[in-house]
Design a protein around this ligand. Sequence first.
Ligand SMILES: [Zn+2]
Ligand SMILES: [Zn+2]
Length: 245
Amino acid sequence: MNIVKFFNRLTLPVKLAVFPSFCQICGQPLLESEERVVCRQCLGKIDSHQGPVCQVCGRFLYHLSRLDSLCLDCQENLPPYELHRSLGSYSGRLKEAIILFKYKGKEPLAFSLAGHLYRQFEPLGLLQGVDLIVPVPLHWQKERKRGFNQAELLARWLSRFTGCPLGLGILIKTRNTASQVSLEAGERELNLKGAFAVRKKELIHERIIMLVDDVYTTGTTIKECALILKEAGAREIRAITLARA
Ligand SMILES: [Zn+2]
Ligand SMILES: [Zn+2]
């Protein structure tokens, strides 16, 4: 009998005694020691985007076949960063996993999600030559309320996987801004203007920085962070996020 069938025959108290935790997406028990919050099967079904993307901002391009294409926005106006890529679009299981991770406080998911980022982007060379991995910061009040900074947890694991140093306390958020989600595209830029600052500038001088965040929507946050890091002397800014909304 396979283990899942066996499990389904057990009564709930027995289940809880034998298997202390369950996948938060499909409800099956987490059987393997490295599984956290979401089971391996559900994680395996998280779709990463396949196919052409804008070579700068990483926008998914569905109607273009040229591999060196730029989207219309980047053709018109290049962003202040060199490159950004997301794992997939903010939908389906990826969205479910991000909500569990970010809003429901399922911190152990950081390991699995960062693992996805690493497996997707390491073979493409995105992490090669990076001097410092820097998470997009939260304002300290927001971080205290949430209990953690989701971008920092991802960055920590990426730093472990790659052996590249983690840069904490370099990029900080000096103003507690309104949530970007609630704002129109035009208001987002204004909302974040001057909301970040760079400390320990000597650590980023002429360095290649990898910014890490959870979701890329209009890109305003990544652009503002890239701008200020460049002004402070960084040579190149790359960014990776879990999902593109
Ligand atoms: Zn599952
Ligand atoms: Zn683009």
